[in-house]
Design a protein around this ligand. Structure first.
Ligand code: PLP
Length: 475
C-alpha cells in the first residue's frame, strides 16, 4: 500500500475496499490502492514499487481497462454505422468547400516568434489575440507560478460551494476598478459570461436588440433567453432606431453589441448607440473582448475610446486575449446585476472556478496596465504601419485603426491557399471563411501585437505582396 504525505500529515491506508485505481482515504488525502482484481500481465504492481512508478502503472492499468491504450472503441451496429457514414459525408463536404480548419501545432510559448512542432522555427506569428504581448510576459508568468504554488492547481468546486479564494475576490475588485464599475463577476470564459447574462437578466416582458454581426457567444446567449429578440443591421443606426421604436412596448430594452468586431476590425458607433439608448430609454451592453486593455487612451476599451464610459451599463470581456491570454471572462457593471448573476447565471453556478494560475496571470496583467498606459499605446503605430503599407501594396484591409487587420480576399479557397503560402514564407496567418464569416467574404485576418517589431511587420507585408501577386489577389 502506498501512502502520500500531504503537508505534515501522512494518511493511513483506507479501510474501505478500493477499486484498483486512486481512492480517497477516510482522512481526506489520496491513496493508491494495490489490490488488483484483474490480472494484467507485466503491468501488475510489485510490492516493491516505488510511489512514482506505482502511480504510472496504476494510470496505465486504468487506461487499458478503459480501452485507451488498446484499439479505439467505436459504436457498433446499424445506428453506429449510419452515424459514421453521415459524419464522414459531412466532413467530406467541409473539405470540398475548402473550409476545413487545420490545427497547427506550436512547440513554443505564445509570442511574435514561434517554433512549430513540425520543425518550423522562427515563424512570425500574426494571428494571436495577444495584442499587448502579455501572454509570455515574465512578470505575468511569475505571478501565475506564485499563485499556483500558494493556492494550488484548482478548486474542484464551483464558486458558491468551496471555490472562492481571496484571489478571486481580489481579481473581481480589480476588474471593476479597471473599468470604473461597481462590481464584477468571473467566469471560466467570456463565452460563458455571454451565455449567462441574457437569460439571467431578461424575461419575456423585455427586449434585446442585437447587431447582426455580434460574436457567436452573444448570439447563443440571446438564444437562451426568453426576451423579445430584434436583430439590427450591422452598425446601422437607422435600423437600430426603427427597432427601438418597435420595442417601446416592452418593459426593458437592452442594446447588445461587440465593442470591436473580431472578424472585421471595425468599432461599434457607441456614441450614436448611447444617444439612441437615451432617447428610447434602453440599456447598453458591450462585449469588449477585442478592446479591453488596448483601446482608448488608458486601454479601458471602446467606451473610453469613444467617451461613453458613463453611458454603457454592462461590459462583458475576456481574460483570454490581451490580459495575459490564459483563460476566463467576466461581467462588470451595477452591483445588483452582479449579485443577481451570482444567484442565477447558469455557467457561473454550474461550472468550476477559475484556476489560481489563471487568476494570477490576469491580476498581474491588470496591474501592469493600471501602472502605465505605455503598453496600451505601443501598438497603434505598428497597426498604422501595417495598414498603410498593405493598402499601398494593393490589398483591401477592412476596419479602421484596430490591430485586427482583415485582408479581404472573397474566395474561401484563395484565403486558405494564400495562408498556406504565407506559412511557407515563415508568416503564420489564418484564412477565415464561412461559417466564421459570411459566404463570399473570406479573408486572412492579421493581428498586430505590441511586441511585433517594425522589421516583423515589414517582413509580413513583403510576404503578402509576393503571395498576393502569385495568386492575382492585388488590386
Ligand atoms: N466575444 C468575442 C467578441 C470574442 O471574440 C470571443 C472569443 O473569441 C469571445 C466572446 C469568447 O471569449 P472566450 O475565449 O473568453 O470564451
Amino acid at each position: 500500500m502506498i501512502t502520500w504525505a500531504h503537508g505534515a500529515r501522512t494518511f493511513q491506508p483506507p479501510r474501505v475496499p478500493n477499486w484498483g485505481g486512486g481512492g480517497a482515504s477516510p482522512g481526506g488525502g489520496w491513496v493508491l490502492g494495490h489490490q488488483w482484481p484483474l490480472s494484467l500481465g507485466g503491468l501488475g504492481p510489485t510490492p516493491s514499487a516505488s510511489g512514482r512508478s506505482g502511480m504510472w502503472r496504476a494510470a496505465a492499468v486504468r487506461g487499458l481497462r478503459a480501452g485507451v491504450a488498446g484499439t479505439p472503441r467505436s459504436a457498433s451496429g446499424a445506428a453506429g454505422l449510419q452515424l459514421r457514414q453521415r459524419l464522414e459525408s459531412e466532413l467530406e463536404d467541409i473539405r470540398g468547400a475548402g473550409t476545413w480548419k487545420n490545427e497547427r501545432i506550436i512547440a513554443s510559448r505564445q509570442g511574435p516568434h514561434l517554433r512549430l512542432a513540425d520543425g518550423g522555427a522562427g515563424i512570425l506569428n500574426f494571428c494571436a489575440n495577444n495584442y499587448l504581448g502579455l501572454s509570455s510576459h515574465p512578470e505575468v508568468i511569475r505571478a501565475a507560478v506564485e499563485a499556483l504554488e500558494k493556492f494550488g492547481a484548482g478548486l474542484s468546486s464551483v464558486r458558491f460551494i468551496c471555490g472562492t479564494q481571496s484571489i478571486h475576490k481580489d481579481l473581481e475588485e480589480k476588474i471593476a476598478r479597471f473599468h470604473q464599475r461597481e462590481d464584477a463577476i468571473l467566469y471560466a470564459s467570456c463565452f460563458d459570461a455571454n451565455a449567462g447574462i441574457f437569460e439571467a437578466l431578461l424575461t419575456p416582458e423585455d427586449a434585446v436588440l442585437s447587431d447582426e454581426l455580434n460574436h457567436a457567444s452573444i448570439i447563443d446567449g440571446i438564444r437562451l433567453c426568453k426576451a423579445n429578440k430584434y436583430r439590427y443591421k450591422h452598425m446601422d443606426m437607422q435600423d437600430l432606431e426603427a427597432k427601438l421604436q418597435d420595442a417601446q412596448k416592452h418593459r426593458l430594452r437592452l442594446v447588445a453589441t461587440d465593442g470591436a468586431f473580431s472578424m472585421d476590425g471595425d468599432i461599434a458607433p457607441l456614441r450614436e448607440i448611447c444617444q439612441l439608448a437615451q432617447k428610447y430609454d434602453a440599456l447598453v451592453f458591450i462585449d469588449e473582448c477585442h478592446a479591453t486593455g488596448f483601446l482608448g487612451p488608458n486601454g479601458r476599451g471602446t467606451d473610453e475610446l469613444l467617451g461613453v464610459m458613463d453611458k454603457v451599463t454592462i461590459i462583458n470581456s475576456t481574460l483570454g486575449k490581451a490580459l495575459g491570454g490564459a483563460a476566463g471572462g467576466y461581467t462588470t457593471g451595477p452591483k445588483p446585476l452582479i449579485d443577481l448573476l451570482r444567484q442565477r447565471s447558469r455557467p457561473y453556478l454550474f461550472s468550476n472556478s477559475l484556476p489560481p494560475a489563471v487568476v494570477g496571470c490576469a491580476a498581474k496583467a491588470l496591474d501592469l496596465l493600471m501602472e502605465s498606459n505605455a503598453i496600451a499605446q505601443s501598438m497603434a503605430a505598428k497597426t498604422q504601419r501595417f495598414r498603410s503599407k498593405m493598402t499601398a501594396a494593393g490589398f483591401t484591409i477592412s476596419g479602421k485603426d484596430h490591430p485586427i487587420c482583415p485582408v479581404m480576399l472573397g474566395d474561401a479557397r484563395l484565403a486558405a491557399v494564400m495562408a498556406e503560402d504565407m506559412l511557407n514564407r515563415g508568416i503564420y496567418v489564418i484564412g477565415f471563411s464561412y461559417p466564421v464569416v459570411p459566404k463570399g467574404k473570406a479573408r486572412i485576418r492579421v493581428q498586430i501585437s505590441a511586441v511585433h517589431s517594425d522589421e516583423d511587420i515589414d517582413r509580413c507585408v513583403e510576404a503578402f505582396t509576393e503571395v498576393g501577386r502569385k495568386h492575382g489577389a492585388l488590386r
